[in-house]
Design a protein around this ligand. Structure first.
Ligand SMILES: Cc1cc2nc3c(=O)[nH]c(=O)nc-3n(C[C@H](O)[C@H](O)[C@H](O)COP(=O)(O)OP(=O)(O)OC[C@H]3O[C@@H](n4cnc5c(N)ncnc54)[C@H](O)[C@@H]3O)c2cc1C
Length: 420
């Protein structure tokens, strides 16, 4: 499901169900639009909460957790838009038969109404503020669950033509109940109930303090995964307990071990690289993501930059896979910062028969453009399958080059590296 569809579906349902509750002659009124907008805002907030529960079925519908979080973000933004319309225009007409579902005093009802809007503004503005460091931001964002209850209280306490046992009422009950259950699960039970295994750190290979390869051996419940998927590492060490997503950088192994390539990209990763030691224990919540090697028989181009090389390292080490002769792997890195080293990567590629092209830094992209264009000419732009993992800027360059070569956008799969 695409992000726009995920936003459009609850909105269309909300507008349709509200239309069933009010006289046909009033459909074009601002009051009807305002009431529908209020129902749409609540529905979007509820779905945003449901999406954040990280349930496998939801991930499958969206094609990966990264897409789930993107839809979650846009649901919040559109919820604020609809709630603003609902705030500005009265959602009531004299002729409508209205009643509240629970009765509160008029001053409390008014307070809850104002609060519900302030709460939504608070959630969305905080969520979009990239200046707040992620480790503080996630605690603020957790407040969204309890604050959603204020919005539900507004719906229940405000007089409206929507009765509880009407289609619109049942819709709101169901989505609100699911959202509250999802928020409770994510905030309280996820650490215990979500799929996870316990591992011991059995190898730490570092690259001048800037990156580290961790090898983890299972102690309990090794996770099952497909090469290219990722997991949330939650170290069982004071000061390192914050869960962070990292791609599993190896194929399935008989002993269940997993590797991670972790680069210093901020506070937590710096601390982890500095403090991690053999013998430490960690939980791994996995598998997540749907970044899998295409199996459509096409000529494959893999493009990894920086730590974005991790899923391709996993694909190269997938012992159940074949046809690596169809693969060209472009590895973008800054000179001297290749991790794993160019030699190790070349050995991995040679072992399975894939072509490796190292592109050092941004300045040398002519190398990339020439080889990329040559492959497209060789096999025809329609028969390529391009997999990308790396920075947004490079992704835009790849997209531009694809357009110039007449390669359809549908030939590209990529993972989003941002969860907010
Ligand atoms: C699907 C996925 C796979 C990844 N795989 C790898 C990998 O294999 N190797 C690697 O080195 N890095 C990987 N990353 C990036 C890694 O998760 C971040 O670099 C790390 O979380 C940064 O944390 P920090 O505190 O060091 O930096 P900060 O400066 O706090 O964060 C930098 C950015 O990383 C993101 N981020 C930070 N904390 C979290 C969190 N707890 N959950 C989600 N996102 C967060 C935010 O977008 C933030 O703006 C991956 C990220 C994603 C989303």
């Amino acid at each position: 499901m695409k992000t726009w569809q995920a936003v459009a579906v609850p909105v269309v349902i909300a507008f349709t169900l509200v239309a069933l509750e009010i006289p046909r002659n009033d459909w074009a009124s601002t009051a009807a639009a305002s009431l529908s907008s209020g129902v749409a805002a609540l529905s979007l907030m509820a779905w945003a909460a449901i999406l954040s529960s990280r349930v496998t079925a939801v991930e499958s519908v969206f094609g990966g957790l990264d897409r789930v979080y993107r839809a979650h973000k846009w649901m919040g933004i559109w919820a604020l838009g609809f709630a603003s319309f609902h705030l500005v225009f009265k959602a009531d007409l004299e002729a409508w038969d209205t009643a509240s579902i629970i009765s509160l005093s008029s001053s409390t009802t008014r307070l809850v109404r104002q609060l519900s809007y302030v709460v939504l503004v608070f959630i969305v503005v905080l969520a979009l503020n990239r200046k707040i460091p992620y480790n503080q931001w996630r605690w603020w964002h957790k407040l969204s669950g309890p604050l959603f209850l204020v919005v539900v209280a507004h719906w229940l306490s405000f007089a409206s033509p929507i009765e509880l046992n009407s289609p619109a009422g049942i819709w709101l009950v169901v989505v609100s109940a699911l959202a509250i259950a999802a928020a409770l699960y994510k905030l309280l039970f996820y650490p215990f109930l979500a799929r996870h295994g316990e591992y011991e750190v059995t190898g730490v290979a570092s690259s001048e303090g800037d990156a580290v390869q961790l090898s983890l051996t299972p102690v309990r419940n090794p996770v099952d995964f497909e090469p290219g998927q990722f997991g949330f590492l939650r170290m069982k060490e004071e000061g390192l307990r914050e869960p962070h997503p990292f791609t599993i950088a190896n194929g399935k192994a008989a002993d269940g071990h997993v590797n991670f390539l972790i680069r210093n990209l901020g506070d937590y990763t710096r601390k982890l690289i500095g403090q991690v030691q053999v013998g430490m224990h960690t939980d791994l919540y996995a598998p997540y993501g749907r970044f899998k090697r295409p199996d459509n028989g096409a000529r494959e181009i893999w493009i990894g930059s920086g730590v974005g090389i991790s899923p391709f390292v996993a694909w190269l080490q997938d012992e159940s896979a074949s046809h690596f002769d169809r693969v060209t792997l472009f590895y973008f890195s800054r000179p001297g910062q290749e991790f794993p080293s160019a030699a190790i990567l070349a050995e991995m590629a040679a072992r399975c028969g894939a072509e490796l092209v190292l592109i050092s830094g941004r300045a040398n992209r002519a190398d990339f453009q020439e080889r990329f264009a040559a492959i497209a000419r060789e096999c025809g732009p329609q028969s390529l399958s391009i997999s990308f993992c790396g920075q947004k800027g490079l992704l835009e360059d790849v997209r531009r080059q694809m357009k110039e070569l007449g390669i359809p956008g549908s030939c590209l799969q990529h993972e989003l590296f941002e969860f907010r």
